[in-house]
Design a protein around this ligand. Sequence first.
Ligand code: UN1
Length: 496
Amino acid sequence: MVGELLKSLGVSASAYQGGNHAVHTPIDGSQIASVTLESPAAVLDKVDIAHKAYLAWRDVPAPRRGELVRLYGEVLRKHKAQLGELISIEAGKITQEGLGEVQEMIDICDFAVGLSRQLYGLTIASERPGHHMRETWHPLGVVGVISAFNFPAAVWAWNTSLALVCGNAVIWKPSEKTPLTALACQALFEVALKQFGEAPNGLSQLLIGNREAGEVLVDDPRVPLISATGSTRMGREVGPRVAARFGRSILELGGNNAMILTPSADLDLAVRGILFSAVGTAGQRCTTLRRLIVHRSVKDEVVARVKAAYSKVRIGDPRKDNLVGPLMDKQAFLAMQGALAKARDEGGVVFGGERQLQDQYPNAYYVAPAIVEMPGQTEVVRHETFAPILYVIAYDDFEQALQLNNEVPQGLSSCIFTTDVREAERFQSASGSDCGIANVNIGTSGAEIGGAFGGEKETGGGRESGSDSWKAYMRRQTNTINYSRELPLAQGIVFD
Ligand code: UN1
């Protein structure tokens, strides 16, 4: 199924055959490859190589470093269709979303190329005569990237394109569920490296390994930054371990994203927004819409319209003309069914959620997306279940809606559908949504790369991708320069 495709992406057969770790496609559950999991000891060698690469790379002028990322963006453009298809096969995304993920990689490359000429520091007014002050941003070192199955390529690209222009080396530990996409990304990166010419060896390395291998990376003091995307449970382990050695981390963990749907909302727009955000990527984005907080006066109409839209959603092979592909695996399916059972226990009324296409695909897990009308924000609603379950909760006044939006442990994405400017502005104000992303008349998912991406509370607090996220990949230095013939002390101190 994947041999030709991987070949066209430059991955050699030995990398995905005869290994000790089976790779399955969620499309029909069949095994498509086997890769070799590297030993934890191998990680130390990789860090060694990466550190040496960093020592050379940090002295390459940033715009020149940007040229490597520019070339990578070009290589991605040429291989967009194939890489997108591989993502569909390995992560189960529909074609449009597989292509979208590659486009997101291309976009961040472009963004990083621009940044490579804009790693600006400040000039600061000194209180002392004949003195200058400034702030300089320097490369940081080796960046460890840990990524999840659901964005098997783009999240690595966000981190790596910025890390590289910032003068760092990267070691990437992808999800064990999606190593083929990682192999392809790495092979394409090597094409760009060849075109670039003189980059140091080991600037970007892949670490296909299990949890133990990841732990070695996380604990290594030669890795000043760990950027980890995944579950809150994973972040709870990674965060303290990195902090214990005074390393930095960028954590992008669970989301429990809500839409507040107000009486003035454009309902046509809202229903379309709900559909893409709640069922896109089969509910397996960290930004997936999981809670619909809807004004009681429009609730019945909205629920009826969303149910009608859900009933028409085409579920099936993500490479065909469908909108919803499979869940990643049986574990994801069982977690979804468990959450639905719990929701029923807590007073929920469930629509959809049943397994689909079981006869055709006995080893794959397709589901009808579920809508669950809840009496309130019960325990199950406060928990992130990585599946297409949309909990619906009615509200009566706007303050209550805001409170519901914020009263969950996670704080990634949120949105409001309204045509009332007061509500829209309040939602985005200091006392509005407490999330890292707060949208108006746009769903919770599908962010552009230009903005900083991440969220608060159990989401981990990290920011990746756009805006000034690059600063997390550099070290800041404050410089004071005396060009006078005196040595005045700050704070007016006299010391003689
Ligand atoms: C993720 O699910 O980990 O905003 C990332 C979005 C995408 C990124 C999602 N641009 O939905």
